[in-house]
Design a protein around this ligand. Structure first.
Ligand code: BGP
Length: 474
């Protein structure tokens, strides 16, 4: 007799995405370009910090060569086309365009970015350009970086110059990528230069980043540019351990500090009251000028990029923090490890696919269903060489599973009315990562660092098929 459970076919479901969905990948200048000391580029904080403390970077590897996109962009863009991309996000290196941060523009940089943009367009790939991805020009860091109002002005000049130079062909602009990360890394938790630990200074940096974004949006619109301008935020939904009021309140405050701090001003033009209350009680309100808040209120984004990697699990604070230690957001809550959580052990990040749905539904319900897209999602894995087949192609079924499970939840959100318009993987080809250098590999395309040879991984071909079919069935 046949066992009915053996013969019963698993019910198949098709996940079909809109025909005009944006499929592609994301990258950043410092992580991909290389040529850090070529083409007239000035130093940025990564070049400088590496010179000071090479031991801070995994295996002592700098971003000097990175993935050599500066020289190989034509080959790389042709490969993007082959893998079905219709969109690609990269950033303009501020210190390549303005070696001193302000003043003289570097003609070689203009040529390079024109070539990249034109090459993408020639291949039917729409360029999405981000202006700031953690890479402060060193000359401006010496003037205080984002703590300085003059640097905000310099950034606006940089932004306007980019709109003038490239805005005739580029219709999707982003003012910042994950602006909270330089705040956390550079001014709270010591993982970016300038390695300051000071809550008040961190708040000033955050405030100036938000202000600079609104000012760039104002300029974009004043210049009568025809595309859309937005910001890219890393949203990490805060889940409470329990429904106990203290756990709920811990999750709310974590959400205000890590998500709403940038999401609310960017999309609604306002700041969350819970956040303002903390800043006041810590005597950490930033310096503002008359008219700033109005400018922020009136220049919210057209489009929101969402980087989603992991959730944040939070519980009520169990013990009093050391009153003499520097104030940190975690003085107000504790992190919580969910029992049975799924992990990416290489990056130490929890994998929670439903988070992508929760973010999209939150945007739909509380942020006017702002048009958005998943601007980063991905899985960094150490030692991927061990998964290479005889042709050198990494058989990364884990990455395919990771993407597919996130796409299912994104699809569910679309069915429920979310205005999510695309999905970009982090990243196209393995690239250099801030302090982890080349430890964890994220790309659809593997790179042999000795030869700079590119080899498409199994996930790259899978993604190509998915794009051609505009979805998948399983
Ligand atoms: C995001 C950044 C990217 C990228 C990615 C992966 O926060 O926008 O620049 O690096 O995370 O993180 P990591 O490289 O630290 O593993």
């Amino acid at each position: 007799m046949t066992n009915p459970t053996q013969t019963r076919m698993k019910e198949q479901k098709t996940y079909q995405f809109p025909t005009d969905f944006w499929w592609g990948t994301a990258s950043s200048a410092t992580q991909m370009e290389g040529a850090a000391f070529e083409g007239g580029k000035g130093l940025n904080i990564w070049d400088y910090w590496y010179m000071q403390e090479p031991n801070r970077f995994f295996n002592g590897v700098s971003a000097t060569e990175a993935s050599n996109f500066y020289h190989l962009y034509e080959e790389d863009i042709a490969l993007m086309k082959e893998l079905g991309h219709n969109t690609f996000r990269f950033s303009i290196s501020w210190s390549r365009l303005f070696p001193q941060g302000v003043g003289e523009v570097n003609e070689e940089a203009i040529t390079f970015y024109n070539n990249v943009i034109n090459c993408l367009i020639d291949h039917g790939i729409e360029p999405f350009i981000n202006l700031y991805h953690f890479d402060m020009p060193m000359a401006l860091q010496e003037q205080g970086g984002w703590e300085s109002r003059e640097v905000v002005e310099a950034y606006v000049t940089f932004a306007k110059t980019c709109f003038e130079l490239f805005g005739d062909r580029v219709e999707k602009w982003f003012t910042h990528n994950e602006p909270i990360v330089p705040v956390e890394g550079g001014y709270l938790y010591d993982f970016h230069y300038p390695n300051v630990v000071d809550f008040k200074r961190a708040v000033q940096v955050a405030y100036h980043s938000i202000l600079s974004s609104a000012m760039a949006i104002e300029s974009y619109r004043d210049m009568g540019q025809s595309g859309q301008i937005g910001i890219i935020l890393n949203l990490t939904p805060s889940y409470p351990r329990s429904q106990h009021p203290a756990d709920l309140s811990a999750a709310r405050i974590a959400d205000a500090m890590f998500n709403r701090s940038f999401l609310d001003p960017s999309v609604l033009g306002t700041f969350p009251q819970e956040l303002v209350d903390v800043l006041k009680s810590e005597d950490a309100m930033p310096q503002m000028e008359a008219g700033d808040l109005e400018l922020i209120r009136e220049h919210t984004v057209d489009l929101l990029g969402i980087n989603y990697y992991q959730p944040r699990r939070v519980k009520a604070k169990a013990s009093l923090p050391n009153p003499d230690a520097p104030f940190l957001p975690e003085n107000l809550f504790d992190f919580y490890e969910m029992p049975g959580r799924k992990m990416n052990p290489y990056r130490g990040w929890e994998i929670y696919e439903k988070g992508i749905y929760d973010i999209l539904i939150n945007l739909k319900e509380n942020y006017g269903n702002i048009p958005c897209f998943i601007s980063e999602n991905g899985m960094g894995v150490e030692g991927e060489e061990r998964y290479r087949d005889e042709n050198g192609s990494v058989q990364d079924d884990y990455r395919i599973d990771f993407i597919r499970e996130h796409l299912k939840w994104m699809h569910q959100a679309i069915e429920e009315g979310s205005k999510v318009k695309g999905y970009h993987l982090w990243t196209f080809m393995d690239n250099w990562s801030w302090s982890n250098a080349y430890k964890n590999r994220y790309g659809f395309v593997g790179i042999d660092l000795d030869t700079q040879q590119r080899t498409v991984k199994k996930s790259g071909y899978w993604f190509k098929e998915l794009i051609e079919a505009k979805g998948f069935t399983e």
